[in-house]
Structure formats: structure tokens, C-alpha cells
Design a protein around this ligand. Structure first.
Ligand code: NDP
Length: 248
């Protein structure tokens, strides 16, 4: 129970990687705030799975990370209800894909606003609480494509690369308050986001993965759990790849 008495807010905790992170942090004893955008039933299922895994009863909280006022109100509510916030996992993300010449402003803006601004807004709100506690963990779920680029994902790759720059900057700004800031860059992970790919597309990607399999949401959650605990006390500004070796 390494995270007993810690409050952990996980954005996009209703599905996929976020759900597995909620379960893993709950297993370590954290009081998890399961955030979702529209899918309340899925978020409640995550909460049920946390309890089933032996974790404390989570708080389910819907808010849109791309809406700064909603984010500030949510962290005020977390402070009022749970007394503070020790761990923030910026996991909420969307992917709008397309080649540059036909890429629409609206898709660019939505992708950047959710994936990058959303992480910024949550980090700003959570760090106010963490600074007072003089302890905090911010873990940003970026992506391997933020490191390599990917044809057809101009906005997504730009947002995910931006998260890496933000991680290193905030690591420097917040270190004096014992707040660490790290990024995790998952590779090709089995979730709703990758379910849309055809078998041919999956085969092409897997050819580039030395470990020759897709990652699981639990693989990513284990990396996040490590960064959240005191086992990673001396790790900050780091980008931890969970990608089967597809980028080294
Ligand atoms: P999913 O599409 O399975 O789930 C996305 C989650 O984000 C859902 O919980 C969704 O909530 C939430 N969400 C979306 N928009 C918002 C918003 N505006 N405000 C709050 N929550 C929101 O995604 P994955 O589990 O596949 O991915 C999770 C993260 O990991 C993302 O940041 C993604 O970019 C990253 N990633 C994923 C990889 C993969 O292979 N799957 C690889 C590399 C990185 P709701 O259920 O309510 O819609």
C-alpha cells in the first residue's frame, strides 16, 4: 500500500490505458479520482474494478480537460472533497488523423486543446495543491509518435511532442517543492484507440516492434505506478518508453 493516503487524479480514467492506471494506483492504496468526458457508465465500471482489485472507493468526476474553467472547478472540488491532490496522471487524449494538405483547423484545434492544453490546465490546477503539500507526482501520457513523428498524425504528434517539452519544463519549475514531473510514451497498445486500425495496418506497425506484440494497458499502468511511488523519488524530467522497442 505504497500510495495509502494519497489522492490520485487520472484524466480519461473511464477506458483503456486510463482505466488500467486507476486500477493499478488503487491497488497501491491511492484514493483515485476517475475522470471522464462523456462516458459516465464506463467511469463507474472503472471505479468498480478498482474496488474489486482491493483499492479504496474512487470518486467519479466528469469534466472536460479542454475547458480550463471546468478543470479549475474540478480541482477545487477535489480539494474540498478529498483534502488535496498528490498524483496527477494526464492521460485523457483524442486522436484526429489526416494528411497535412487536407487537415482541418477544427481538428488541429480540438486535438491540441484536449491533448496539450488539457494536460497544461490540469497540471496548473493540481500543482497549486501539490505545492502546498510539498509533495507531488505529475505523469503525462505522451506517445511514441511524439518522439518519432508519424505521417497522417500532424496534430496528434505535435501535441504529444509538446507534452514532452512541457514535462521537462515543469520538472525544472516544480522540483524545489518535491514535485516530480515525468512522461510515459506508450507505443502500440491494445485499446479502443487502436481497435479502429485494420489487420493490415496492425501488421505494418508490428513489423517495426522488436518485441513483436502489441503492448497491454497494464504494461503502461505499471510504468505509471512506478513513477507515482517513492521508488521513483529521484526520477524527474524523464521520458519512459513503453513501446516494445519500436523507438530507442
Ligand atoms: P481511449 O480512446 O481508449 O480513451 C480515451 C479516454 O480519454 C477516455 O477515458 C475518454 O473519456 C477520455 N477523454 C477524451 N477526451 C476527453 C476530454 N476532453 N476530457 C476528459 N477526458 C477525455 O484512449 P487510450 O486508452 O488508447 O489512450 C489513453 C492515452 O494514451 C491517450 O492520451 C493516448 O493518446 C495515449 N496513447 C495511446 C496509445 C495506444 O496505442 N492506445 C499509444 C500512445 C499513447 P470518455 O470515456 O468519457 O470518452
Amino acid at each position: 500500500m505504497e500510495l495509502k493516503d494519497k489522492v490520485a487524479a487520472v484524466t480519461g480514467g473511464s477506458r483503456g490505458i486510463g482505466r488500467a492506471i486507476c486500477v493499478e494506483l488503487g491497488k497501491l492504496g491511492a484514493r483515485v479520482v476517475v475522470n471522464y468526458a462523456g462516458n459516465e457508465a464506463a467511469a463507474r465500471e472503472t471505479a468498480r474494478l478498482v474496488v474489486e482489485a482491493g483499492g479504496p472507493e474512487p470518486v467519479v468526476m466528469g469534466f472536460d480537460v479542454s475547458d480550463g474553467a471546468a478543470v479549475d472547478a474540478a480541482f477545487d472540488a477535489i480539494k474540498a472533497q478529498l483534502g488535496g491532490c498528490h498524483i496527477l496522471v494526464n492521460n485523457a487524449g483524442i486522436s484526429k488523423d489526416g494528411l497535412l494538405l487536407r487537415f482541418k483547423d477544427d481538428d488541429w484545434n480540438k486535438t491540441l486543446q484536449t491533448n496539450l492544453y488539457g494536460a497544461f490546465a490540469c497540471a496548473r490546477a493540481a500543482s497549486k495543491l501539490m505545492t502546498k503539500q510539498r509533495w507531488g507526482r505529475i505523469i503525462n501520457i505522451s506517445s511514441v509518435v511524439g518522439e518519432t513523428g508519424n505521417a497522417g498524425q500532424v496534430a496528434y504528434a505535435a501535441a504529444k511532442a509538446g507534452m514532452i517539452g512541457m514535462t521537462k519544463t515543469l520538472a525544472q519549475e516544480l522540483a524545489s517543492r518535491s514535485i516530480t514531473v515525468n512522461a510515459v510514451t506508450p507505443g502500440f497498445i491494445e485499446t479502443d484507440m487502436t481497435a479502429a486500425l485494420s489487420d493490415d495496418q496492425k501488421k505494418v506497425i508490428l513489423d517495426e516492434v522488436p518485441l513483436k506484440s502489441m503492448g497491454t494497458v497494464v504494461d503502461v499502468a505499471h510504468a505509471v505506478a512506478f513513477l507515482a511511488t517513492d521508488r521513483a523519488r529521484y526520477v524527474t524530467g524523464h521520458v519512459l518508453s513503453v513501446n516494445g522497442g519500436m523507438y530507442m
